[in-house]
Design a protein. Structure first.
Length: 143
């Protein structure tokens, strides 16, 4: 998914192995992920997507005079939060201990790799066709 304020930004879905960078898009106030080499295209993640960062994940300080916040983790799972509020940021990262940070609060320039996409429901296996006696007879005649 891409956060609500990135709807006017060109986007594409994430793929396993994508090299991403946290970025602020030129026509949006929201930060998100772009593919390295495609800085103007938002890469949309599905909830459950797993990311590995090159360094500890950092977010901007609440107040500019404070240092950036480091989370002590290099891996995270993409989540959506605040879904009951349509004008709130929804895209977030969840760390192994359960702590979350909004993607829009990430420091710019952090690089990550998409490790795994979420498991989606597999299509049900088609049941083998049961042919009636008449269908079997017709099929046998055609051969």
């Amino acid at each position: 998914m891409c956060d609500y304020s990135l709807h006017d930004v060109a986007s594409r879905p994430a793929a396993v192995g994508d090299k991403l960078v946290s970025t602020r898009f030129s026509n949006s106030i929201t930060r998100g992920f772009a593919s390295i080499g495609e800085p103007n295209v938002a890469v949309c993640l599905l909830p459950g997507t797993e990311l590995a960062f090159e360094k500890e994940v950092e977010s901007d300080a609440t107040f500019r005079f404070l240092p950036n916040r480091k989370y002590g983790h290099k891996v995270a799972r993409f989540r959506q939060v605040n879904l009951d509020n349509p004008v709130a940021h929804h895209d977030a990262l969840e760390f192994p201990g359960g702590e979350t940070v909004l993607v829009t609060n990430l420091c710019e320039g952090q690089q990550a790799t998409v490790l795994q996409l979420p498991v989606t429901a597999k299509p049900e296996k088609a049941e083998p066709a049961v042919l009636t006696q008449a269908q079997q007879t017709l099929l046998a005649q055609d051969w």
